[in-house]
Design a protein. Structure first.
Length: 88
């Protein structure tokens, strides 16, 4: 009985140490991702805004007026290439 109890306590301790190590690793990975996030600008930003505005259900929000005006002012054959500037 004493061996089982000792083995159980040892196993729980090892599990707890691994769980803490995993949590710390997950936190570090999340921090690295947060540090690597970049803000879009220029054509890439506009292209992404247009895609989001086109995906709006119903009436697009007022923030979509300028991006959609840009889209509608383009020649139709240039639109796909411009929208491809939005990173995936």
């Amino acid at each position: 009985m004493k061996k089982i109890l000792t083995s159980t306590i040892l196993a729980i301790s090892i599990f707890a140490i691994n769980a803490n190590a995993n949590e710390e690793q997950i936190r570090q990975q999340a921090q690295q991702k947060a540090n690597s996030v970049k803000t879009l600008s220029g054509d890439a930003k506009t292209a992404c805004q247009i895609i989001l505005c086109l995906a709006a259900v119903g009436t697009p929000p007022t923030q979509c007026i300028k991006p959609l005006d840009i889209l509608h002012s383009m020649k139709p054959w240039k639109r796909p290439g411009f929208l491809a500037k939005c990173p995936r």
